[in-house]
Write a protein that binds this ligand. Structure first.
Ligand SMILES: Cc1cc2nc3c(=O)[nH]c(=O)nc-3n(C[C@H](O)[C@H](O)[C@H](O)COP(=O)(O)OP(=O)(O)OC[C@H]3O[C@@H](n4cnc5c(N)ncnc54)[C@H](O)[C@@H]3O)c2cc1C
Length: 474
């Protein structure tokens, strides 16, 4: 059967665009090297019609289909299982810009477009596409939509969902739904678009999207701020929101331990606040639609008030683009700094901003009680209540011994996030890594509704099976 399907796929796409499992090896391991899959074939369709034809061929042979974009996802969502029974759908050839519409401030692109390319296309049209994340040089719009990616500008512009007006989707039956409407208002029944966004390839294959564009800011201002406590950082954030309004674009937290780790791993990198005693820092970015001087005035006024009200311990304001990039490098280098220091346990959690301090205090203490000596490297998108709550091995122990505690330690972190009104996945999704956890944190009613949606759209469970929601055989 699989030989027959391989030949059919070659006929549909041309032999050059159908790879065997061996040839497709680079696509079969996830970004973090946790999962390795096998496939009947990996295919590179040229357009939406070819995607639909591939899905129909797979349906006819009862073959699962796994869609992959840039393979930068962190939950193993784009990696097929090891059974070798699936077809991997790669959208690298669906990379056309279909329309730039500056009257409506929209951009229509195919799902395989790299995020950075989309940002560039918008900038060339004197517009901003604000989605921005560490993997932007290799992740795709399809993957961003599949995971409802967040990133550093959610505070101002929202997640990928909020940046999307319309979609084109190939259904689990191989039909094409053209929902590429660029309307800001459209209340005509169930919102199918929102169903597909964040569904991680389990409900349909997104082949194109109409995205929102925004005015390019006239000026940007960046500062690194130091705080005496997390509570102070949270109070400052509220003050900054009131003072800057919609101009506040990013508020990225870094603990003092993160800053020390960056110094250790990047001794030639930027070294702000050397010798500072504060335990928490945050990178603040302001986007101003008036002018450099307007941004500067707003900065001075809001930061000045904050000092007077003791909402801030210290501030370092970037005086040039180079300085601003240097400050952002701190945040961007955090993943690499941790990698260089050895594997650690990563948790992408969110809690209401009002609960951030309670969550951190409670969870840090609980960890020391159960796993003495572990080291916290907590950073993340504080403006969205989204923390990277990462835990490294005790200095008197090994990485291997620490990682052996993964299940118990992570359960404790996730239980704590849940108990503080939060989520076990803020922006990375569920994939295969967290699929077993939903039973613990979602109500039976919510899970049942999710399973019913999955069954209604993909009754044969052929789209990315084993991801997001476990389907109970009927
Ligand atoms: C250094 C680094 C920094 C990161 N920072 C962030 C961050 O700040 N915020 C954030 O949200 N994420 C972040 N991520 C995670 C990752 O980059 C995002 O999840 C990204 O959106 C994935 O895009 P991708 O094209 O690589 O998707 P993939 O990894 O290929 O796929 C991810 C999921 O989406 C599905 N999918 C892919 N394409 C489609 C499609 N066309 N239709 C339907 N489903 C599809 C896949 O099946 C899979 O389930 C980061 C990752 C790295 C490595």
């Amino acid at each position: 059967m699989s030989q027959g399907l391989f030949a059919t796929l070659q006929q549909l796409l041309g032999a050059a665009y159908v790879q065997s499992s061996e040839e497709a090896a680079p696509y079969l391991t996830d970004k973090q090297g946790r999962y390795v899959g096998q496939v009947i074939a990996a295919v590179h369709p040229a357009n939406t019609e070819e995607v639909a034809a591939v899905v129909r061929a797979c349906v006819a042979s009862d073959t699962p289909v796994v869609v992959q974009g840039g393979n930068t996802g962190l939950m193993g969502g784009a990696t097929p299982d090891a059974s070798g029974s699936a077809v991997l759908l790669l959208l690298d050839r669906l990379n056309r810009v279909r329309a730039v519409d500056t009257d409506n401030d929209t951009l229509t692109v195919e799902a395989g477009c790299i995020l950075q390319t989309v940002q560039d296309v918008a900038r060339n049209a004197a517009r901003l596409f604000p989605l921005s994340l560490g993997a932007e040089g290799s992740c795709t719009i399809g993957g961003n939509l599949g995971t409802n990616a967040g990133g550093t500008a959610v505070l101002r512009y929202g997640n990928t969902r909020e940046l999307t007006l319309g979609l084109e989707v190939v259904t689990a039956q191989g039909e094409i739904w053209n929902g590429l409407r660029g309307l800001r208002k459209d209340n005509t029944g169930y919102d199918l678009r929102d169903l597909f966004i964040g569904s991680e390839g389990t409900l349909g294959i997104i082949t194109a999207a109409t995205l929102k564009l925004f005015p390019l800011p006239k000026a940007q201002a960046t500062a690194l701020l130091a705080f005496d406590s997390l509570a102070q950082a949270v109070q400052f954030l509220s003050h900054a929101r009131a003072g800057f309004g919609a101009s506040l674009t990013a508020f990225e937290l870094l603990s003092g331990d993160c800053l020390a780790l960056l110094r250790e791993q990047f001794p030639k990198g930027p070294q702000p606040f050397l010798g500072a005693v504060q335990p928490w820092f945050a990178l603040l970015e302001l986007s101003d639609n008036h002018s450099e001087s307007h941004a500067r005035e707003a900065f001075e006024s809001v930061l000045g008030d904050a000092f007077e009200q003791e909402l801030l311990a210290n501030a370092l304001i970037a005086e040039s683009l180079a300085q601003s990039e240097g400050l952002w490098l701190l945040r961007e280098n955090m993943s690499e700094a941790q990698k260089r220091a050895g594997r650690n346990m990563k948790h992408d959690i969110s809690v209401p901003i009002s609960q951030v301090e309670a969550f951190v205090d409670h969870t840090d203490a609980l960890l020391q009680q159960h796993f003495p000596g572990v080291r916290n490297f907590t950073f993340g998108h504080l403006g969205d209540g989204n923390l990277r709550y990462n835990v490294a091995h005790p200095l008197d122990s090994t990485v291997e011994a620490h990682m052996a505690n993964y299940a118990a330690l992570s359960l404790l972190v996730h239980d704590s996030a849940h108990a503080h009104g939060g989520s076990i996945s803020a922006e990375h999704g569920i994939g295969q890594r967290k699929v077993g956890l939903l039973d613990r944190y979602k109500s039976p009613v919510e899970l049942d509704l999710m399973r019913r949606i999955k069954h209604a759209l993909d009754p044969n469970n052929l789209l990315n099976p084993g991801k997001v929601v476990e389907v109970i055989a009927s």
